[in-house]
Write a protein that binds this ligand. Structure first.
Ligand code: AMP
Length: 180
């Protein structure tokens, strides 16, 4: 059974993140969300804090990025009464896909979506755990718009402000529960 703690202010969620230096590469301080996920109250608070601004935003789809984005996108979609769409690494989705390649804080990557994942005019909330350089979220926005969807906002648990990821999301509404 996971531990629980008495949390009500989202700022305390920072205490539930673990810094892992030099992962996955030297020089990267990886923000490990698994302690937060394993804490029932912290996890609920995080999901509620990301969902809350969008309760009345008529969100049709919550799109989550592989892999940690899935862990938030699914409960947020449930909370908003929306559908949930996974944006995955290439070769993982079984049906026909569209892809977008982007730069990461560490290397490059490609994000894929099913061609029929988002209908024309669907209102989409893009969700991930961490906003770092913004490349992943920008690629997700390209996928959403390429499929005819409308982006309501990009929402994150944690923004690494020193990496200026917001700059790659110009024109989008960007919300982060925590910023360091
Ligand atoms: P970026 O495209 O640079 O904004 O990177 C965001 C994606 O990479 C998210 O899916 C994060 O899960 C992951 N990521 C990037 N940097 C970190 C970090 N320092 N700690 C944890 N996750 C990270």
């Amino acid at each position: 059974m996971g531990q629980t703690s008495d949390v009500s202010d989202p700022a305390v969620l920072l205490d539930h993140l673990r810094d892992v230096p030099d992962f996955p590469e030297p020089g990267i301080v990886f923000k490990d969300i698994t302690p937060l996920l394993a804490d029932a109250k912290a996890f609920r608070l995080a999901v509620d804090a990301i969902s809350e601004p969008y309760l009345d935003a008529s969100v049709d789809i919550v799109a989550g990025m592989e892999a940690r984005g899935f862990l938030f996108a699914a409960p947020i979609a449930y909370r908003l009464g929306a559908g949930c769409v996974p944006f995955r690494k290439p070769g993982k989705l079984p049906y026909e896909t569209v892809e977008h390649t982007y730069d990461l804080e560490y290397g490059t990557d490609t994000l894929a979506a099913h061609v029929d994942a988002i209908g024309p005019g669907a209102r989409v909330l893009v969700v991930d755990d961490v906003l770092a350089t913004g490349g992943t979220a920008a690629a997700a926005c390209e996928l959403v718009e390429g499929l005819g969807g409308t982006i309501v906002a990009c929402a994150f648990l944690l923004e690494l402000g020193f990496l200026s990821g917001r700059g790659r999301l110009e024109g989008q509404s960007v919300m982060s529960v925590l910023t360091i």
